[in-house]
Design a protein around this ligand. Structure first.
Ligand code: AMP
Length: 209
């Protein structure tokens, strides 16, 4: 099954993508994660992407399209994939139409103030663990340290409030038309992302049945 998970930052699409990828045995492909990996590894692509990401802006298409096309040619996508963070605008969606057919688009939604609250509470650890100090079920046990390795948690630079507000603005300007692009083809299922992780997982499973 070829799936796209959409939704504003913090609507839970990334969390659900991880859960569903495991359940369905297909890869979770997050363009944001690929960029972050490139930043950590100090690649040219990472250096270019960082300035756009730090400001909450989209990385220009010329750096995104080839990267996604190459990823979707890897053998592990034979039985399907979950795309998270792509396509992000109509030109990316148009390109996508030329090399992959999409079976379903899940559109996770929550209101804008909740987006700000959830994202500004997000904390991550060097070891890969992730928490949210504004969401009871996702809080670390001890202040802002990792439950698993004890290291101090950090806030991603693009999770700062001013950056989140800009990301939201960019989100509505560029993603709303993409959701419509797929809605016109009858591919979109809307998912209320305001509940707990378990509640949203239940809605996601139903949408994929
Ligand atoms: P995410 O982890 O999906 O929230 O992405 C983090 C950041 O990576 C975004 O704010 C963008 O700067 C960049 N990014 C991720 N995916 C794309 C994409 N498909 N097109 C352009 N920029 C992207």
């Amino acid at each position: 099954m070829n799936l796209i998970f959409m939704g504003p930052p913090g609507a839970g699409k990334g969390t659900q993508a991880v859960i569903m990828a495991k359940m369905l045995g297909i890869p979770h492909i997050s363009t944001g994660a690929i960029f972050r990996e490139n930043i950590e590894n100090g690649t040219e692509l990472g250096k270019t992407a960082q300035s756009f990401m730090d400001a909450g802006n989209l990385v220009p298409d010329e750096f995104v399209l080839g990267m996604v096309e190459a990823r979707l040619k890897q053998p592990d996508v034979q039985n399907g994939f979950i795309l998270d963070g792509f396509p992000r605008n109509l030109s990316q969606a148009a390109l996508m139409d030329t090399f992959a057919s999409i079976d379903k688009v899940l559109n996770f939604s929550i209101d804008d103030e909740e987006v700000v609250r959830r994202n500004s509470g997000r904390r991550v650890c060097e070891c890969g663990a992730s928490y949210n100090i504004n969401v009871d079920s996702l809080k670390p046990k001890h202040n802002e340290t990792c439950d698993i390795c004890g290291k101090k948690l950090i806030q991603r630079s693009d999770d700062k409030e001013s950056v989140i507000r800009n990301r939201l603005k960019v989100y509505h300007e560029t993603l709303d038309p993409v959701v419509e692009h797929y809605r016109e083809r009858g591919l979109v299922t809307d998912i209320d992302g305001s509940g707990s992780v378990d509640e949203v997982t239940e809605l996601t499973i139903k949408a994929l049945e």
